[in-house]
Design a protein around this ligand. Structure first.
Ligand SMILES: [Zn+2]
Length: 148
């Protein structure tokens, strides 16, 4: 079963999901399977991320890459990007935001989502990346240096 880590696509997908979960503040991230001695596709793959007071989980996936991809999409759906817009996973942006509760407990209505706009995210290798530019002024580092 350890063979799967040699598969580059699978490894990237799992690493990208773990990275994403960590950036979203997860305390615990796990991918696993329920059944031994069965074909990989029937092992019952799951992935979950544990947050303060919330647990995000996907079940019954055909493999670790699928479990990681499904969990990442679940985590990104309804999430807010660094640019202030909502994360979109396709150019269609056809995500239902009606009464979505985010991982941090805040709620978004469809009207909130429309007002905020959407930022397209995609997986690039072992990381999920937003389409907005990296903030160039690095306010946190500068503010830390500025004392008094
Ligand atoms: Zn963005």
């Amino acid at each position: 079963m350890a063979d799967f880590i040699d598969d580059e696509h699978m490894r990237d997908t799992v690493l990208a999901c773990a990275d994403l979960a960590g950036r979203a503040g997860a305390r615990h991230f796990q991918i696993g399977y329920l059944h031994d001695d069965v074909p990989v596709a029937e092992a019952g793959w799951y992935a979950h991320a544990q947050y303060r007071g919330a647990r995000v989980q996907v079940d019954n996936q055909p493999g670790p890459a699928e479990a990681a991809e499904a969990l990442a999409r679940r985590l990104l759906t309804g999430a807010q990007c660094r640019c202030g817009r909502l994360v979109a996973l396709s150019t269609a942006g056809a995500v239902a935001f009606d009464g979505v509760t985010l991982a941090d407990g805040s709620r978004w209505s469809t009207a909130d989502a429309r007002r905020a706009g959407q930022c397209l995210w995609r997986r690039v290798g072992a990381r999920w990346e937003p389409s907005c530019p990296v903030p160039s002024d690095r306010p946190t580092r500068r503010e830390r240096r500025r004392r008094g």
